[in-house]
Design a binder for this molecule. Structure first.
Ligand code: GLU
Length: 493
């Protein structure tokens, strides 16, 4: 059987976002499952909008998600600390035998194929002016016709076209035959498209600025891509690409168009729906395992009713026959739920190291471990630790009224806080841990009730209405700091 080779070809015109990440994941899974190759190609033909910064972001995001590509550009130098040995191939630009893997570096290759189409009379130079084309388009729309290029330059004799091309700016158009294109989408079945609807489309501006459909067809062929798995928004490009393959006598790859990803309001997923780039999700403290797991469920559903999968399990289970046709709805609620599941599975060491970014790199690591372990069950995303655990790193600010339990008055709260302080100063509490603290506060709780004792203590220590039990906070803060905060609270009341 022919080797399975899949690819993604993101344009480096923005930060790597969820939609491309999902396409990458399915391409990756399909290649891995079939012992094939997953290729990364950078579609940077749009010189104005393409930026190196975005390309680096694509590579970093893929690597962070664990979606390592077998062929494609590599990151150089210090950017590399999370890449595998293969990608750490310093000094080399790419891994793989079909490079360059950046379209901007393949212009010579595209020229060769453009020339071939011109020589074979399958493409031609078009000198029409933008304004004229626009006027024709409007006239066609007004006449109730499908607007398309009317073929004005199609019949310019070749000699004349060549002569004019030396002086005038031109584009290259493909001669689109009048026929129907049929192709099979592995998810949707047979699709038929009437080429009469599109007219001769532009494949390159001059010889030096080839356009998406053309470069894609050339690269997919040159890079031996067997399966093209991409978003449904590209379905309308597929007939154009097929007609180009036919003109160039390339074999046809197999196609699969993934369902769209919509926001919960059913509109196309965009910035409006919140942080959608992988770097932003990372910044918010989503774990790569949770994102990958979540992305898999955006359009794919396994046979068994299971929702938690590692990348390894996904490779094993993935089957394109279980892909869904209807749009996938992106929901932060579900992503948060999955993230919670994965946060709970982290070792305390790992959790603490992830929290460092939000709490300060210079905090004592053992102290950090104690603090974060209190919150492991509560975190939906790592960044929440900053707000939740703030009082472990700075004195809490709170209005004094917060110290009062229900209808407690200041004098009772003050009295109780004083008594708590006395208890904490006792010799028996030299071992200041949560069990001992609780045991020693018991008589007070019996005298006044749990609320009137533990509430003011919680607020004195955390400044918050909701927190882990005060004895746990006290243990971590230590006796001295605990007493200091109680004294502060006594002063306030
Ligand atoms: N550069 C295109 C995109 O990012 C690639 C589409 C394709 O996979 O053919 O949408």
């Amino acid at each position: 059987m022919k080797e399975i080779r899949t690819r993604i070809a993101p344009a480096p015109t923005g930060y790597f976002h969820l939609g491309v990440a999902r396409t990458a994941l399915f391409n990756f899974l399909f290649a891995r499952k079939n012992k094939g190759k997953f290729i990364l190609r950078i579609d940077d033909t749009d010189k104005e909008r393409s930026k190196k910064e975005y390309e680096i972001d694509i590579l970093k995001s893929l690597a962070w998600l664990g979606l390592f590509w077998d062929e494609g550009p590599i990151l150089k130098s210090a950017e590399n600390n999370f890449l595998t040995q293969k990608h750490l191939n310093f000094g080399k630009e790419y891994v793989g035998d079909f490079g360059p893997y950046r379209q901007s570096e393949r212009i010579g290759i595209y020229k060769k194929y453009l020339q071939k189409l011109i020589d074979k009379d399958l493409a031609y130079f078009c000198f029409c002016k933008k304004e004229d084309l626009e006027a024709q388009k409007q006239a066609m729309i007004a006449a109730g016709q499908v607007p398309k290029y009317p073929g004005i330059c199609r019949n310019i004799p070749k000699q004349e076209a060549f002569r004019r091309a030396e002086k005038e700016p031109f584009v290259i158009r493909l001669k689109v035959p009048s026929k129907k294109i049929r192709f099979v989408d592995l998810l949707r079945g047979k699709i038929e498209f009437d080429l009469d609807l599109i007219g001769d489309f532009v494949i390159s501006k001059g010889f030096d600025e080839p356009l998406y459909n053309f470069t894609t067809v050339v690269d997919d062929y040159e890079m031996r891509i067997s399966h093209i798995i991409r978003g449904e928004d590209h379905i309308s490009n597929t007939p154009k690409q097929i007609i180009l393959q036919e003109a160039l006598e390339f074999p046809r790859p197999k196609y699969l168009h993934l369902p769209l990803i919509l926001g919960e309001d059913k509109s196309k997923l965009s910035k409006r729906h919140g942080a959608i780039s992988i770097r932003e999700l990372k910044e918010l403290g989503y774990l790569p395992e949770a994102i990958v797991n979540y992305l898999a469920l955006l359009g794919w559903w396994p046979k068994e009713d299971v929702e938690i999968f590692s990348l390894k399990e996904l490779i094993e289970l993935f089957d394109i026959s279980q892909l869904q046709k209807h749009p996938a709805i992106f929901s932060f609620k579900k992503l948060d739920w999955l993230n919670r599941v994965y946060i709970r599975r982290l070792s305390v060491e790992k959790l603490a190291s992830l929290c460092q970014k939000y709490l300060g790199e210079d905090v004592d690591f053992d102290y950090l471990k104690k603090v974060v372990s209190l919150f492991q069950e509560r975190l939906s995303k790592i960044s929440e630790i900053k707000e939740l655990a703030s009082y472990f790193f700075e004195e809490p600010e709170y209005p004094k009224e917060l110290l009062l339990w229900k209808d407690q008055d200041f004098s009772q709260a003050k009295e109780i806080l004083k008594e708590i302080k006395e208890v904490f100063l006792k010799k028996e509490l030299s071992e200041f841990n949560k069990e001992k603290i609780l045991e020693n506060l018991k008589p007070l709780a019996e005298k006044y009730g749990n609320g009137p004792v533990f509430w003011p203590l919680r607020v004195a220590l955390s400044g918050k209405e909701a927190s882990p039990p005060p004895q746990e906070i006290a243990e971590i803060l230590g006796k001295e700091e605990t007493i200091r905060r109680i004294e502060k609270a006594i002063e306030k009341t």
